[in-house]
Design a protein around this ligand. Structure first.
Ligand code: NA7
Length: 534
């Protein structure tokens, strides 16, 4: 079997992988970017379900490294749809002529560190092999779907779909009886889109959400001009905020000095913005102080209640047992209105979990719900799931997935001790796992990794590995901040609680995007102190 030798192998051709390919190729390295999908786009390829769109404002969800690219692309809406985002990535790939270095339809099955040669031996399911000095995982933090969920789901004779594996050609659901399991950010987009299209929509809800009303609108020439004028400042300023968006939060302590009326005014202003500013742009205590969180939670509950005609349904749709912002805040357009329609039926599967499946549908509380199509919007094995599905072996042949099954460890989400020259963009314990406008954080991490590789070249070195001490120091810092927030109290993918047996740790660094970048910059300025370079 022929083995291809290359300097760097990038796994994943999404937001991060495409940029990583560009940076390394530009620096003169031989690079191959591999993706299991038949097309580029990563998350934006796979998640082509009805209603999929950005929750980040489009103009802040893009590449910042080229003013030409920034100026040549025009987004049509404040929050772009999945097809438009995918077109954007193709536009970038064309512009940079990335295609010759991309191998699609290629799923990596193993990556073994060869200590003698000082390189990674990487194999795909289709029988290809590579030897690469640097292995850069850009596999995505939300790309390993949680499926199959129910041992007996095959009994159902109708169509079963997962939102993250939606048929690319689409599927006509008009006139069908459709069930949706899951009401996270994805389920909400699906439900609000399908409610008016299908015959009957059954929503199987376990945990209700605090969804924020999205203020979406078509962008005009004036908007395009405005955003272009922002380029010189925003490409830097996004990196300094708490969430990698254009909004920042006040210092800790400011909220406590305000009157409740002043705090409510901030909540109302952020609510009117109709964006994730409501989540990461009010004040930091919302995520850390029970009383202040209660106030914000009650504020959002009232907004939800006002949208639903039937108080009994409102009661089921309003979260009561966890605080606002501690589960990823979804944005919605017609979600709550959908439950005012006669063809939309809310089924509470918290009180009575799904019991089983029949050929015609599924059973809840002794009742059969007859369906033609069942949609799982049930989420992902986040942060660690995608790379754990590859057999990655480090210095002593140890398995990364076994390590992460016991204990989710990493150094700044960028490297794992014991796995030299493996770099993980959006690895666990960095802001990019969850608390960041993804394009901001992914570009920052790619830049850091590229700088590390260039530094090694300058120094005549070829290997880099996070030291055990640096890793421990990072994990302690990460956990300390995580424990000071309310996030650990809520069960969600943020803490790994959605996957049975997954170790419980906040998957994403919550110290803020700006703080994280400063830490990374300091390490870089100190010749990558804490990382062994040989
Ligand atoms: P999420 O946010 O993990 O939501 C998954 C949903 O599926 C959530 O409502 C779950 O309820 C529900 N779920 C999962 N398993 C079951 C079972 N067995 N029975 C009933 N309901 C179930 O995933 P999304 O895809 O919506 O969003 C992931 C991220 O993608 C999102 O945060 C954005 O960043 C983009 P639960 O809450 O566990 O009770």
């Amino acid at each position: 079997m022929s083995v291809t030798k290359t300097d760097a192998l990038v796994i994943g051709a999404g937001v991060a992988g495409l940029y990583q390919l560009h940076r390394l190729r530009q620096a003169g390295y031989a690079v191959t970017c591999i993706d299991a999908a038949p097309d580029i786009g990563g998350t934006w390829h796979w998640n082509c379900y009805p209603g999929a769109r950005l929750d980040s404002p489009s103009y802040t969800y893009q590449y910042w490294f080229s003013e030409d690219i920034y100026n040549e692309w025009e987004w049509s809406e404040r929050f772009a749809t999945q097809p438009e985002i995918k077109r954007y990535f193709k536009f970038v790939a064309d512009k940079l002529d990335l295609w010759p270095n991309i191998a699609l339809n290629t799923r990596i099955k193993s990556a073994i560190w060869d200590a003698t040669a000082g390189e990674w031996r990487v194999a795909s399911e289709c029988g290809r092999e590579w030897r690469a000095r640097y292995l850069i995982s850009c596999v995505g933090m939300l790309s390993a779907p949680k499926t199959p969920l129910f041992p007996e789901q095959d009994r159902f004779a109708g169509t079963v779909l997962h939102t993250a594996r939606w048929p690319q050609e689409g599927i006509d659901l008009r006139g069908k009886r459709v069930g949706v399991v899951g009401v996270g950010a994805t389920g909400i987009q699906v439900i609000q889109t399908l409610a008016s299209e299908v015959e009957d929509l059954y929503v199987f809800q376990r945990t209700p959400q605090y969804a924020v009303n999205m203020n979406n609108y078509p962008l005009t020439q004036k908007d395009h001009d405005f955003w272009r004028s922002q380029y010189p400042t925003m490409r830097h300023s996004l990196h300094t905020t708490f969430g990698g968006f254009e909004w920042n939060i006040p210092e800790v302590g400011v909220a406590a000095e305000m009157t409740p009326e002043e705090r409510l005014r901030i909540l109302e202003d952020c609510w009117q913005d109709g964006s994730l500013k409501m989540w990461v742009g009010t004040y930091p205590e919302v995520l850390a102080d029970e009383a202040i969180n209660d106030e914000a939670s009650e504020f959002v509950r009232a907004k939800i209640r006002a949208r639903i005609d039937d108080p009994a349904i409102a009661d089921k749709l309003i979260p009561k047992h966890y605080g606002f912002g501690t589960y990823r805040v979804p944005l919605e357009t017609n979600y709550y209105d959908a439950f005012n329609r006669n063809n939309v039926h809310l089924v509470d599967v918290k009180a009575h979990p799904i019991e089983g499946f029949t050929a015609d549908g599924l059973m809840v509380d002794g009742q059969e719900y007859a369906l033609d199509v069942l949609i799982f919007a049930t989420g992902f094995d986040a942060g660690t799931g995608a790379l754990s599905r590859v057999d990655v072996r480090g210095i002593a042949g140890q398995s990364l997935s076994e390590l992460w099954r016991r204990d989710i460890r990493s150094t700044l989400g960028l490297q794992v001790h014991g796995f030299p020259n493996l770099f993980t963009v959006a690895g666990p314990l960095a802001p990019s796992t969850a608390f960041c406008n993804m394009t901001t954080c992914l570009q920052q991490q790619v830049d850091w990794i590229t700088d590390a590789i260039l530094y090694m070249r300058e120094q005549g070195k070829s290997q880099m590995e996070a030291s055990a001490e640096k890793e421990e120091e990072w994990i302690q810092h990460h956990d300390e901040i995580a424990e000071s927030t309310l996030l650990m109290k809520t069960n969600s993918w943020y803490t790994g609680a959605n996957i049975e047996g997954k170790p419980r740790r906040l998957l994403s660094y919550v110290g803020g995007v700006g703080v994280y970048k400063e830490i990374c910059e300091e390490i870089r300025a100190n010749h990558f102190a804490g990382f062994n370079i040989t």
